[in-house]
Design a protein around this ligand. Structure first.
Ligand SMILES: C[S@@+](CC[C@H](N)C(=O)[O-])C[C@H]1O[C@@H](n2cnc3c(N)ncnc32)[C@H](O)[C@@H]1O
Length: 275
């Protein structure tokens, strides 16, 4: 145990895959959104996650809307749900999708939420669950959700492993793990999210033929993650040629974090399918 170990001095010995959970003080808008909007979008803290319940539109809210008073984000959220019946769940019941369950996408470690919000905006009939333990990131994401009026995002402020453990079997179509904490020092590799037991948990919640999209700009993490995935009996690497891992998949949205190019290589994009 060393002083730059994030669990230094803690009783709890579980390997944390993330660093700080709080940064600079939130703006008053962000703090308000954490108080009022986040509870409406949050994955329940405990117990099995029922996706139908989680994505059910909130009941109409009578206060704080249209009265000219201070904005009430929770009421605004309810208003979006009332005014936009064709967006979100209602659109998923369209004849094109028949009675199939809507697509469900999990983004692990969404940072400030730029990718999550961009994807949710581009795919309004898909359900997105974003998980991030860094409060400032969650708050930044909430502001974007409110600005864009998105109804198809649910959030968990915490560890994605806790969410994966509670998702239903074969419930998820796609998991994004984009530029996860690289833990470049050898003594910290055990903190990396991509570990065989975590892949076991993911395979339980992924539908057959579902995908995991992983990107990193750290060479060693890319190689180690690739090895862990290909050794797993349920994952198949989808690359056929070098361009497949050198170029982002269609529709990728680069975040400000990615643009900082903090790693030691150009981004490596790995796509895996469950068999
Ligand atoms: C380097 S940042 C990248 C953020 C974002 N994906 C992007 O590309 O802009 C990695 C993020 O993953 C989060 N993270 C790390 N371990 C996590 C876990 N177990 N569950 C959820 N998020 C996690 C961290 O808090 C951090 O915000």
């Amino acid at each position: 145990m060393t002083n730059d170990d994030p669990d230094h001095g803690r009783e709890h010995r579980a390997q944390r895959s993330f660093g700080r959970v709080k940064g600079r003080p939130l703006s008053s808008r962000q703090a308000g959104l954490v108080e009022t909007l986040l509870p409406h979008l949050s994955v329940p803290e405990q117990g099995p996650i029922d996706l139908e319940e989680l994505f059910a539109p909130p009941p109409p809210c009578e206060e704080g809307v249209g009265g000219g008073g201070p904005m009430n984000p929770a009421a605004t959220f309810a208003l979006f749900a009332e005014r936009s019946p064709s967006v979100g769940l209602a659109a998923d019941a369209s004849p094109a999708r028949g009675k199939e369950a809507p697509f469900t996408i999990l983004e692990i470690g969404f940072g400030a939420g730029e990718h999550l919000v961009a994807q949710a905006g581009a795919h309004p009939a898909t359900r997105f669950i974003g998980v991030e333990p860094f409060l400032n990131g969650v708050a930044a994401c909430l502001a974007q959700v409110e600005d864009a009026g998105l109804q198809n995002i649910r959030l968990h402020e915490g560890d994605a492993r806790d969410v994966v453990a509670r998702l239903p079997d074969q419930s998820t179509d796609l998991v994004y793990i984009l530029f996860p904490d690289p833990w470049p020092k050898k003594r910290h590799w055990k903190r990396r999210l991509i570990q065989p037991d975590f892949l076991d948990d993911l395979t339980r919640v992924l539908k057959p033929g579902a995908e995991v999209r992983f990107a990193t700009d750290w060479k060693h993490y890319a190689a180690a993650a690739l090895e862990t995935f290909v050794k797993h009996p349920r994952f198949v690497w989808l690359a056929e040629r070098a361009a497949d891992w050198r170029k982002p998949w269609p529709g990728h949205f680069a975040t400000r974090y990615q643009e900082k190019k903090l790693g030691d290589t150009a981004p490596i994009y790995l796509r895996f399918s469950t068999n």
